[in-house]
Design a protein around this ligand. Structure first.
Ligand code: NAG
Ligand code: NAG
Ligand code: NAG
Length: 372
């Protein structure tokens, strides 16, 4: 079974990140490991053990290890540029959308500078762009967040790229496996830098608890050999007392609570996966300055606003496919609550802690009562 909305190299990357505790996900280890791969001559960055518990920024002055400066010039704002085709729609609604974007970018910058001082001006490396796709005709970079509309985004990118006439014609497997879209990291350094500095960089996020439940339902409550074998078997064997031989063999039937025990285990028996990795770690929004931060919850209006803003042809609109298990109801806030009611208060709090940076960076309110 193929993996959706991700690719195998990401698993590697996630294993390098490894640890599960949120602050550590930002740790130098990520940067230094990838740099070693890219540039074997470079000395490994030093770990400062006193800083283990804070959100580390890359070592100051260690420019040799960094690839380039990915900052956007201060006012290459998406919507200040008068050459962009003005979107259609009532001016009031458009103004609201622009304001929303400004507020989201500002909030993100504030959170980044509070928790990771200096990150905003740091240099970025290829390891930060593993999830980013490039679309050259519309000059778009899209960071893929699984379970937040990524299949439909890939369809739209294919249409923008001219590989398909309509997003509605594109089957799921084509969108994921044969989409022909380039990953940003597959370009040479100069081309990457040029794109990062001049393209519209786009990120779509989703309430982290809903995204997590959506990933669990998709991967563990439906037949899925790949996930059941790779994750399910380990999860059952580690977290279920008296598991049956058949559960141990197939990995079928992981419960939400078992899945959460795996997620929260600092010594989890199998690595992370892009479907439940926090967006703060997948897309590095403190380092890559996204021009557009959209929300899954308002996908239709925000995606179409973005498409009009970048001057996409009028026939290109965002589709509303739910192609993973279309018979299942979309994960809503009430479905999310039902799953979280299976956990005790300590576990709910720990899951919140795990996704805390995503909640802060994207201004989602606390998803359940009694979290702090
Ligand atoms: C990166 O480039 C931007 C714009 O050219 C500049 O303002 C910023 O200071 C640079 N950051 C670093 C760390 O060099
Ligand atoms: C596991 O099975 C043993 C023997 O059947 C039983 O004594 C024990 O209580 C079971 N443990 C759990 C957690 O179900
Ligand atoms: C919640 O469950 C965990 C096991 O995941 C257990 O260690 C803990 O004692 C429980 N907490 C409460 C408050 O019941």
């Amino acid at each position: 079974m193929r993996r959706r909305c991700s690719h195998r190299s990401f698993l590697w990357f996630a294993v390098l990140l490894g640890t599960g505790s949120l602050p550590l996900l930002f740790h130098l280890e990520d940067l230094s490991s990838s740099i070693q791969l890219l540039n074997p001559g470079v000395k490994k960055l030093q770990r400062n053990s006193e800083e283990e518990d804070v959100l580390d920024s890359p070592a100051e002055g260690d420019v040799s290890s960094l690839m380039f400066n990915g900052s956007r010039p201060p006012d290459l704002g998406l919507f200040q540029d008068s050459t962009l085709v003005p979107p259609v729609g009532s001016e009031k609604v458009l103004e609201q959308q622009r304001t929303t974007q400004r507020l989201r970018r500002r909030l993100l910058a504030d959170i980044c500078s509070k928790y990771w001082p200096g990150a905003w001006d740091q240099l970025v490396s290829k390891s930060h762009m593993v999830m980013v796709w490039a679309e050259d005709r519309s000059r778009l970079l899209y960071c893929e967040v699984p379970k937040a509309g990524c299949s439909n985004w890939k369809r739209v990118l294919m249409v923008l790229a001219g590989y398909a006439d309509s997003a509605l014609d594109i089957p799921h497997d084509i969108a994921h496996i044969h989409n022909r879209l380039p990953h940003l990291v597959n370009f040479d350094l100069d081309s990457i830098m040029e794109r990062v500095n001049t393209y519209t960089k786009v990120l779509f996020v989703r309430d982290p608890f809903e995204r997590l439940v959506s990933a669990f339902r998709d991967k563990f409550e439906n037949p899925n050999d790949y996930y059941h074998r790779l994750f399910g078997r380990h999860i059952i064997s580690r977290y279920r007392a008296n598991a049956s031989q058949s559960a141990l063999n197939t990995g079928d039937g992981v419960t939400f609570r078992e899945f959460v025990h795996y997620l929260l285990d600092p010594r989890r028996p199998v690595g992370m996966d892009s479907h439940w990795t926090p967006v703060s770690t997948l897309c590095h929004p403190c380092l890559i300055h996204y021009d557009f931060i959209g929300k899954f919850e308002n996908m239709n209006s925000e995606a179409n606003f973005l498409l009009r803003s970048i001057g996409a042809p009028p026939h290109v609109t965002f589709p509303d496919y739910k192609d993973r298990n279309p018979q299942d109801e979309r994960t809503s806030s009430s479905i999310m609550r039902r799953y979280f009611s299976l956990l005790n208060a300590t576990e709910r709090q720990r899951v919140y802690d795990f996704y805390r940076m995503d909640y802060l960076m994207f201004s989602y309110s606390k998803p359940l009562p009694h979290l702090h």
